[in-house]
Design a protein around this ligand. Structure first.
Ligand SMILES: [Zn+2]
Ligand SMILES: [Zn+2]
Length: 623
């Protein structure tokens, strides 16, 4: 499932050497020690600090006499996510803040000549959406190429590439994503000679639809210095012919990284405009806050661009980034490095203040760490990336430095490691802020510990569906107990957030990002029709049936909380966003329908008409 985290782990190990150099995917579910750490403890608590300062200023009760509202929303359903006042009749916005939330009559005092009045007329207003686990930076790299249809046959792929080359008479790189790894099986995969015949002077690199393979021409191999003498990395490698000569088929991220670097796919002039457009896409979908759960390469260049974008008033979302740790060799110095990134790169809406730990892999390739072996192959049970001592140490260091920890866990063994480490740190008086991401398989006894210890959790709605390959790997019993969040949220008060994990998620293009697709899936534990269509038969038999246990399905209210306030809490932004309350920032989204009045099966059809961040329209304004 979490292929991004997975790709991140693989790329991360090899990214040190790659600082320059900017793509897209689908299965598909498809980041100087002591002194610096000590110094980081003295740093101001960053974004939170200025968030809190703002709230203090904004929460001096605003009065109409100080000036009329810029926006007034009324006459429709307005969900606030606040328990003491879950619904209001009207909301007024002045400047960047919410100045009124209450009944319609009280709202009238806020109307002035410049007030933009929005009659909701059966539509709905809610807090701006928060994607609490997504990889927009990696997704930008993946989406910056041209798209090859994953259903195309060999000749069609060649024709599409020919047409693309013909349409681009420049001198740059040809980069694309989407060919299907089932093609060219008889020849052992695609071959560089087919690409060389189309273009020999300009480098070409095309990623497969699952992003586990790439296909390069001779020019790209030469630029990356890949020859018969090149050694394969520990994972993946370069397919060779009988003479040891690379054929152009490149397997797995560690072998792809030198190619991505050599082709300068992260070069600012190429990557930055794509990143800006991608963030705009998120704003148009209703997002006002994103948690980037990991980018394995090019961090400094990208962070610098984001700070610059924010300072120019062009960042349409609050964006929090992470620094990844994916194996034991990366533990030493990781928190110091995070502190350094945190110090160097921050602006009003951007910060990096979270350590991302990738504790295991994914079930599909048997890399998720399990307490009991997989059904097959015999004996396989995955592997933990770090030791218990590593995890405890990182939790303690992060707490001391004022940083959060975001912990990728798919298998029940990595989940147990996280809970054991958390328990140990808490026993010695620590209170680290730990978010567990994915939480796919959990032993029953640990499910009870989740209810008791209440770590923060984030997972993905469209993962909560039937998928035969996972059932084959886990066996029926474990398969029937995956993604148990509904009761933790409803009955135990656990902060469960939802995010898309795009681009490591089902479906191609930006389908996987769509929040209302995810919300519907979280409620029904079934794939909404567009997802079922995109996945085709790959989900296996009974894909349209609900995934058990039904008692762990989200309610509509729970899923909306998970996409707003719960995500804001995870990001430490709950004082300024995530709900509609006087004094908070005007992060709001206007929907074309009232989610409380339509069948659950129609939620995925919801369109966003207006997104406000800090009271400013950031998406398309169709209000
Ligand atoms: Zn992950
Ligand atoms: Zn992820």
């Amino acid at each position: 499932m979490c292929l991004s985290c997975e790709i991140g782990a693989q790329l991360g190990a090899f990214s040190e050497a790659i600082l320059a150099g900017s793509s897209r995917t689908s299965r598909r579910r498809v980041l100087k020690a002591g002194a610096l750490i000590a110094a980081s403890a003295l740093l101001p608590p960053l974004l939170q600090s200025h968030a809190r300062a703002d709230v203090k200023a904004d929460s001096d009760r605003p009065m109409p006499a100080d000036g009329p509202a810029d926006w007034l929303f009324e006459n429709g359903t307005i969900l606030t996510m606040e328990t003491d006042q879950p619904r209001v009749e009207a909301v007024a916005v002045r400047g960047r803040a919410i100045v009124y939330a209450g009944d319609r009559s009280g709202a009238q005092a806020w109307i002035g000549p410049g007030t933009r009045r929005i009659d909701l007329q059966g539509r709905m207003l809610m807090p701006g959406l928060v994607d609490s686990h997504v990889h927009p930076m990696l997704g930008t790299l993946f989406s910056s190429g041209f798209v090859i249809d994953a259903n195309a046959k060999e000749e069609q792929v060649i024709d599409a590439i020919k047409a693309h080359v013909k349409a681009d008479p420049g001198t740059g790189v040809f980069f694309g994503v989407g060919w299907n790894t089932n093609l060219w099986q008889a020849q052992g995969g695609p071959h560089k000679r087919d690409l060389d015949a189309i273009e020999a002077e300009r480098p070409m690199l095309f990623l497969s639809s699952d992003a586990h393979s790439a296909w390069a021409n001779s020019k790209a191999l030469a630029l990356a210095g890949v020859t018969a003498a090149t050694k394969d990395p520990p994972v993946g490698g370069y397919q060779r012919d009988a003479n040891g000569e690379p054929t152009g088929l490149v397997r797995e991220a560690p072998a792809m990284v030198p190619m991505i670097a050599a082709l300068k796919l992260l070069a600012p002039e190429r990557y930055n405009p794509a990143l800006k457009a991608m963030l705009q896409t998120f704003a148009q979908m209703g997002f006002t806050s994103l948690f980037d759960a990991g980018m394995p390469l090019g961090l400094e260049t990208i962070f610098a661009a984001l700070v610059q974008m924010d300072e120019a008033g062009a960042l349409p979302v609050r964006l929090h980034a992470t620094r990844m740790v994916t194996n034991k060799d990366q533990v030493q110095g990781a928190v110091a490095d995070l502190a350094e990134l945190n110090r160097r790169f921050r602006s009003e809406h951007f910060t990096v203040r979270t350590l991302k730990i990738v504790a295991d892999g994914v079930i599909e390739n048997r890399q998720a760490a399990m307490l009991e072996p997989y059904q097959q192959p015999p004996g396989a049970r995955g592997q933990l990336a770090l030791s218990e001592a590593n995890v405890q140490g990182l939790l303690r260091q992060c707490e001391r430095a004022g940083f959060d920890v975001h912990f990728h866990t798919i298998g029940d063994a990595s989940l147990r490691q996280a809970l054991d480490a958390l328990t140990a740190v808490q026993a010695s008086g620590g209170q680290p802020k730990l978010t567990l991401a994915h939480v796919q398989v959990v032993a029953d006894s640990d499910q009870q510990r989740l209810a008791r210890l209440k770590p923060l959790i984030t997972s993905t709605g469209i993962w909560c569906i039937r998928y035969a390959a996972v059932e084959d790997a886990l066996g029926a019993e474990r398969y029937r107990k995956m993604f148990r969040f509904g009761r933790l949220q409803r009955d135990h008060g656990v902060n469960v957030a939802l995010g898309s994990d795009w681009p490591a998620t089902y479906g191609s293009g930006t389908l996987g990002i769509r929040p209302f697709l995810n919300i519907q899936a979280a409620i029904l534990r079934q794939p909404p029709p567009p997802l079922l269509e995109a996945m085709g038969s790959s989900l296996g038999a009974d894909a349209e049936q609900p995934l058990p246990p039904q008692a762990d399905a989200f309610t509509l209210e729970g899923a909306l909380q998970a996409y707003t306030l719960a995500g804001a809490r995870q990001m430490g932004l709950e004082a300024i966003t995530g709900s509609i309350r006087v004094g908070k920032r005007a992060d709001l989204v206007l929907l074309d329908r009232d989610l409380t009045a339509i069948p659950t099966e129609d939620i995925h059809r919801t369109n966003v008409l207006l997104t406000l961040m800090d009271g400013r329209s950031t998406g398309v304004d169709r209000s």
